[in-house]
Design a binder for this molecule. Sequence first.
Ligand code: URA
Length: 248
Amino acid sequence: MKLERVLKSKGNWGRREVRLRLSRGEVRVDGAVVRDGQLLLSPFATVECGDRVLSQKTPRYLMLHKPLGVVSATVDEEHETVIDLIAEPWAGELHLAGRLDRFTSGLVVLTNDGRFSEALTRPEQKVGKVYHVCCDGPLLAEMRETLQQGMWLAKEGVTTQPAQVESLSDYEHRLTIYEGKHHQVKRMFAHFGLKVVALHREAMGPLRLDGSLALGHWRFLTEDELSAVFKLIINSGREFAKTGEVGL
Ligand code: URA
């Protein structure tokens, strides 16, 4: 967003007043005087005018251990949401970096930083999501092969990226997939006539659910976890630059 716009809306000033304040050197962005109203602000810039703070947003990144029965949404009229589990005044600013369905437990990542959530969810990023899957019948060798080769999802008209399957027993598997389609794991198993009776997300890319987080609890991501995801952002910027697409 342009600085001029923030000054107009948060300061409640008209164009002339905004120009005057800028030219007088009253406006600061992240502590430095700025006179150019066309300046493009980063989402977390602090904008001040005189002794007034006009805009300030703290970036927040957290992981939550989602219990069964809670919905991955910011609002829901019927059910408890993951946001309801975060008793903080800023919880309403958050959005999800990838959802889990109501009857899936495990790792959910929340943030108020769109670049961060995009890095984890853009299909082009091919971020692996690791699930612990319990199903109601044995996964046969040819089924495992189909998963590993990639399978057609008719609803979306896409073939999945080759998945990784580690069988812990005939009925229990660790599956890594690289998309986040609606009910994807359950649909992949349903293709073989198998019902998923329990599903739990263990990891997303470099983020692994903290084993010490009780169901329904959350914590902020650590510096190491953040830098692992920011590396994805930097790398995808390089990819964009190579292909000539608009970067993040
Ligand atoms: N696949 C599913 O079926 N459900 C989820 O919540 C995530 C992946």
